[in-house]
Design a protein around this ligand. Structure first.
Ligand SMILES: Cc1ncc(COP(=O)(O)O)c(C=O)c1O
Length: 472
């Protein structure tokens, strides 16, 4: 982009944004089954957008300068604590930041002789690996049951050492949408004197409504003995605009371990509850307004619709020849795999038909599969979604699995990435038919098949290079 010599009109800019967004996936309507959360009630999103805009220029950096921030945050965090077993909390920018703060608080509350460690089920979100990477904590991976995909309690027990500062359970984990045995994991953590974090980024503002709507949801929140912190994203099933999550701590002393203050410079005193310092109060305003616009009744109705849609989807997928639902998801996340059709081709076929179904790579013995996050809007289109899945499965069967050029996986596995600059990497990808500069509806089956054939560390190196190339 070049900076224009003269300023441009707002209408011109909005027209340009519309043009830039032409190839984006739609954020409303339920045809995109990951990343976005639609209530199906435009007036709710409108209220959030206006409140976001109203708070846009308020800086949360100094709560004494902008007391509205303190009041709004207390109300939002208070509502989350009321629903999820109490505690004191922090409003953050998302699940990753909530998890980062929970890991920091745990690490700083438990001095260790060796490097601090945490026990993390393989199905837990990579935000824990990111937090570990940033905060110098070692991850001890815990296996999950190969049929239920729930974390193994014995595995957690075996992973706990004298240097363990945190034990993790998910409610639910993202890949198959199942809830780990929170009560058992928290009890064993407590018996060893180790903090236990429940990642309810997805489920915190969903499971209570599903329970009220009739689902069988086991206890998972701060009321469970031994649970010391919990993350709950409002920009997921809270339906707030992005940039909204809450991390709760059972003990205010643990919350203080998440805070950071610095007076070691000659400027203004720095006191931060979050990783970011200066930041807009827009997301807080958006979350606050979404809560107010929906209320208990609104969330319960969305919960009922979500439960009905998730059940219809699971039952419908199970009837499609060649497909099988993975696990017995007790949430609104549905994963399905196949021994007969290539799920990556199936996902491309759905994309051609205007639907985004998220592919998931195989990992730790769990086969490659498709993930669908069911939201409040899904119910009205669930039959259409099932038709598209059935048609796409049939088309994938006819097309057969993604064909990889001979020797490609071996070539990539052995590639010395440091010897390639971004341009050369882009050319290499193009030579095997993958256009990294392309937009629109990319055929991803080949890319996914290559990644799927590589070990995780190699996948990561390739993904980092991919990001570097698309931003070059
Ligand atoms: C279970 C779980 N935890 C944490 C996160 C991270 O959330 P965010 O993308 O808001 O940082 C996600 C995101 O999908 C998630 O599913």
């Amino acid at each position: 982009m070049s900076l224009p010599d003269k300023g441009r009109s707002t209408s011109e800019l909005l027209a340009e944004i519309a043009r830039l967004r032409r190839d984006d996936l739609p954020v409303r309507g339920g045809k995109v089954t990951a990343y976005v959360y639609d209530t199906g009630r435009p007036e709710v999103h409108e209220a959030a957008a206006r409140a976001y805009f109203e708070m846009l220029e308020v800086n949360t950096l100094d709560p004494t300068a902008f007391p509205s921030v303190v009041e709004m945050e207390k109300q939002v965090v208070g509502a989350v604590a009321d629903l999820l077993g109490g505690g004191s909390g922090i409003f953050t920018s998302g699940g990753t930041e909530s998890i980062m703060l929970a890991v920091k608080a745990a690490r700083d509350s438990r001095p260790t002789t060796g490097r601090p460690r945490m026990a993390v089920p393989v199905t837990a979100h990579p935000a824990f690996h990111k937090a570990a990477h940033y905060l110098g904590v070692v991850v001890d991976a815990v296996e999950v049951d190969p049929v239920t995909f729930r974390a193994s309690v014995a595995g957690v027990e075996a992973a706990v050492t004298d240097d363990t500062v945190l034990v993790v359970a998910s409610a639910p984990s993202y890949p198959q949408g199942v809830i780990d045995p929170v009560a058992e994991i928290a009890a064993l953590a407590a018996a060893r004197g180790v903090p236990c974090h429940v990642d309810a980024c997805v489920g915190g503002w969903l499971l209570p409504w599903l329970r009220e709507a009739g689902a069988d949801v086991p206890p998972f929140d701060l009321s469970v003995p031994g649970v010391t912190s919990l993350s709950c994203d409002l920009h997921k099933f809270g339906y707030a605009p992005k940039g909204a999550s809450v991390v709760l701590f059972a003990d205010p002393a643990l919350r203080r371990r998440a805070y950071f203050a610095s007076a070691s410079w000659p400027g203004y005193t720095v006191i931060n509850a979050t990783v970011q310092s200066s930041k807009s109060a827009g997301p807080l305003g958006g979350a606050w307004a979404t809560f107010q616009a929906l209320g208990r009744e609104g969330y319960l109705e969305l919960g009922r619709n979500t439960l009905a849609a998730a059940r219809a989807l699971r039952e419908g997928v199970a009837k499609i020849p060649g497909l099988r639902v993975l696990g017995d998801a007790d949430s609104a996340l549905v994963a399905f795999g196949s021994d007969e059709v290539d799920v990556f081709v199936l996902s491309d076929e759905a994309r051609r038909r205007g639907w985004f179904l998220q592919p998931q790579l195989s990992y730790a013995g769990i086969p490659a599969n498709i993930h669908v996050t069911v939201t409040g809007v899904t119910l009205r289109g669930v039959e259409a979604m099932l038709e598209v899945i059935a048609e796409s499965a049939e088309a994938a069967r006819e097309r057969g699995p993604a064909r990889l050029p001979e020797g490609l996986v071996e070539l990539i596995a052995d590639l010395d990435l440091d010897a390639l600059d971004d341009a050369a990497f882009g050319e290499l990808a193009a030579s095997v038919g993958v256009d990294l500069g392309g937009s629109g509806q990319p055929e991803m089956a080949v890319v996914n098949a290559v990644l799927d054939a590589l070990p995780a560390d190699r996948r990561e190196a390739i993904l980092i290079r991919f990001l570097s190339v698309i931003y070059s």
